[in-house]
Design a protein around this ligand. Structure first.
Ligand code: IMP
Ligand code: MG
Length: 189
């Protein structure tokens, strides 16, 4: 699997350091009183890409929190097609009224995933809704939503590792990397 990598953009040490920093930002007592999680946080991770980030992030949050997983249909390949997004979890069954909610995803690309989820969550009347991603892509066109917390900005290239996949593979890589063209063709669907 290591031979499939082209460039390592972010190594495991930098990820660990930055995830801890962002966790402090999220839990920070310096938040204004209306932003401070009073009854704890309800964290909504977007499956499957956010699982590795989530597992590390929550272990740096010394606050009461609950998890409510949501699933969205994934985009096959290296190109995202925002129009095709489907939310597979019934958000109407989640008890979010009056809760401080944090949506967590692996990467902000077009922003459609988080934007669509936010649109569905806001009518549930949470006390607050914030968003957090591991990576934010530097695209020419601005994303559909601005995130509150981002660990790293990355160039507009397809990346894998630390939860991010290419057709299901490479989520277990401990770093963030780009793939060699041969690896992209080998695992193309
Ligand atoms: P958005 O809806 O365009 O912001 O895309 C977000 C989703 O697309 C993420 O949750 C990822 O699953 C996927 N995605 C976007 N860019 C990449 C990438 O470079 N590598 C792996 N997955 C990606
Ligand atoms: Mg995803």
């Amino acid at each position: 699997m290591q031979n499939d990598l082209d460039q390592i953009l972010i190594d495991p040490g930098r990820i660990a350091q930055r995830v801890a920093e962002v966790a402090r930002e999220i839990a920070s007592p310096a938040l204004s009183p209306q932003d401070r999680p009073s009854r704890g946080l309800t964290i909504i991770p977007v499956l499957t890409g956010s699982v590795v980030f989530l597992a590390d992030l929550i272990r740096h949050l010394p606050i009461y929190l609950r998890l409510e997983m949501v699933s969205v249909s994934s985009y096959p390949g290296v190109h995202t097609t925002p129009g095709k997004l489907r939310i597979l979890t019934d958000l109407d069954t989640l008890d979010l009224a009056g809760r401080d909610v944090l949506l967590v995803d692996d990467i902000l690309d077009s922003g459609q995933t988080l934007c669509q989820l936010a649109k569905r969550i806001l009518p549930r009347q949470p006390a607050s809704l914030r968003t957090c991603v591991l990576l934010r892509k530097n695209r020419d066109t601005p994303p559909a939503i601005t995130v509150d917390h981002a660990c790293f900005d990355v160039p507009d290239v397809f990346v894998v590792g630390y939860g991010l996949d290419y057709n299901g593979y490479y989520r277990n890589l401990p770093c963030i990397a780009t793939l060699r063209p041969e690896a992209i063709s080998r695992h193309a669907q």
